[in-house]
Design a protein around this ligand. Sequence first.
Ligand code: ADP
Length: 384
Amino acid sequence: MIQVKNVTKRYGNFYAVRNINFEVKDGEIVGFLGRNGAGKSTTMNMITGFIEPTEGEIIINGYDIDQKPKKVKSQIGYMPEGTPLYSDLTVKEFINYMAELKLVPRKNRKEAVKNAIEETGLEKVQNNLTKSLSRGYKQRVSMAGAIVGNPKILILDEPTVGLDPKQVIEIRELIKSFRKNHTVLISSHILSEISQICEKVIIIDKGEIVAVDTPENLETKTADNTTLNIIVDDINNKFTSIKDEIPEITDIKLVKENDDNSKEYTIETNTSDDIRKLIFSNCAKNNITILEMKKSESSLESAFIKLVENRKEYSQKEINKMQYEKEIEELREEEKFNKEEKEKKKIAKKEAKARKKVAKEAKAEAKKNKKAEKNNDQKEGGNK
Ligand code: ADP
């Protein structure tokens, strides 16, 4: 399980990621989706321990990466973007080298390399130099390097970038097959990829998490229920006039005219109620033939655009202001702490002085009592 808690990464005044929170549960395949520069690689590099967060905690299978970095790293297989391989090594040598780097014990290494080769379908090319392989196979080798030693968690950064469609399908199937034994976090800016492989999606934008949900829920939650798409055969050009007869319609826009003279329109309504029956009867009355009518399609793509585009943009001025306010707050905290410490020291000093005084008085009292006792003894001796 991956737990990312209140994590921020700052470069100077710039927030690469800001206070992000999410979890990837055991056995889940989760997509990490965002435009270029959104903060995906930064987050992945923090999860894999390559860079440290400025603030916050990252817990991998119960271990804090800050406190148990070796333990955590041994449980993670990381496939960075762009298949960085050592081209003068054979496939087998490269995977063996990765196993060494990941501290797979020597006695298990041969078996681990063999398993990784089998799992990624590299048996036939295992003795070839990595530089002689196609892009798709190179990607498999990189994947084998990530899974060798059977880490519980796999972090895959843009795993299908640069592959041809056939290779994309093959790599996708391979990733799906990891579901049985691994927890997988895949970053991508390709929506279709995420919706085809992942059961959960985390959307990040400008360093902030904007949604965590299943692709289906994201689609339905952001679905546009107020737009209809329609294709009509309308020789008398009367279609747009149905707007005057159906008050729920707020706008009708021509999208395009087809070669067969049919016309495609979008109809905007002020309600999410289904008004298709009303449109149907009005068209029949006006001799307009409906060839096709459907609600605007919801897709992960439209959900993504809505989630990302509806966000408030922070200007650099606002970011500076937030940063400034945070620094002031930290200074105030420090000042408060110093004041409290000073106060504590003052009290401790007073207490010590008081204790000294009491001890001195007690000593003087004891001396006095002793003297009085001595005098008494002498008096009693004299009286005898
Ligand atoms: P993504 O992987 O989603 O494309 P990144 O995580 O690579 O995005 O980058 C997020 C933002 O942080 C970008 O604006 C990038 O320019 C910035 N960034 C990343 N690394 C550094 C760095 N070392 N110094 C300064 N800015 C950085």
